[in-house]
Design a protein around this ligand. Structure first.
Ligand code: ADP
Ligand code: ADP
Length: 226
């Protein structure tokens, strides 16, 4: 349940490089927004600013009417899923999924219930005791997704979450993400290079180039679909 807006957001890195220039976007509750654009156009920088992992140089990030610029990442109620999964290799699947909740001092029995529910949704119930190295790529990706889901965040940020998977798994995970979006009613911002992903998942597509928004449109309009 979250609307999100970026108002005149700019990012200038310490070396003076302007990675994001006057970014303006209103994201409605439950939208599935896709960012596309060539490598280096500012997609990750924008996600990282929304997550609070990168400072906003100027402009405002507003979530549900509240200016978020100075809110700590852990207090933003946002979960991010990366393409490299970023799982802890020495922890089990259960502990990987529980980590963000432990960090936030959620009671143990509540953690257990949430991890088990996410494992059910993602078909990971039988794998909770395994370490990441004993999982397939698709299973690791589901654990990374599970880590985000257990927190029931207002906003999901996904940075090419399927790009390391083979074609078959990508298709499978794509439909899993789509049903997840429907089931959780979450607001999602999703970076991809894959036109099929953009078309099947997105409610709107934001096209970026050199840190500037070139176009915002529905997938149908953007790709000239009937
Ligand atoms: P994308 O995700 O679209 O590939 P990024 O947001 O990662 O693009 O990067 C946007 C631009 O900012 C790129 O030109 C990149 O080289 C530059 N950039 C990223 N991080 C830094 C940094 N820490 N310092 C300077 N420039 C950076
Ligand atoms: P949350 O689930 O709350 O977003 P994460 O588990 O993603 O939290 O990360 C919590 C902290 O651990 C962050 O500071 C993050 O930078 C760090 N972290 C995340 N993944 C790894 C990893 N694979 N190895 C080391 N540190 C990590």
């Amino acid at each position: 349940m979250a609307s999100l807006s970026l108002k005149n957001v700019c990012k200038v890195y310490p070396n003076g490089f302007e990675a994001v220039k006057d970014f303006n976007l209103e994201v409605e509750d439950k939208e599935f927004i896709i960012f596309v654009g060539p490598s280096g156009c500012g997609k990750s920088t924008t996600l990282r600013m929304i997550a609070g992992l990168e400072e906003i140089s100027s402009g405002e990030l507003i979530i549900d009417g509240k200016v978020m610029n100075d809110v700590e990442p852990k207090d933003r109620d946002i979960a991010m899923v990366f393409q490299n999964y970023a799982l802890y290799p020495h922890m089990t699947v259960f502990d990987n999924m529980a980590f963000g909740l432990k960090l936030r001092k959620v009671p143990k029995d509540e953690i257990k219930a949430k991890v088990e529910e996410a494992a059910r949704i993602l078909d990971l119930e039988k794998l909770l005791d395994r370490k990441p190295k004993a999982l397939s790529g698709g299973q690791r990706q589901r654990v990374a997704m599970g880590r985000a889901i257990v927190r029931n965040p207002k906003v999901f940020l996904m940075d090419e979450p399927l790009s390391n998977l083979d074609a078959k798994l990508r298709v499978q995970m794509r439909s899993e993400i789509s049903s997840l979006h429907n089931r959780l009613g979450a607001t999602i911002i999703y970076v991809t290079h894959d036109q099929t992903e953009a078309m099947t998942l997105g409610t709107r597509i934001v096209v970026l180039k050199d840190g500037v928004i070139m176009q915002v449109d529905s997938p149908q309009k953007l790709y000239n679909q009937p």
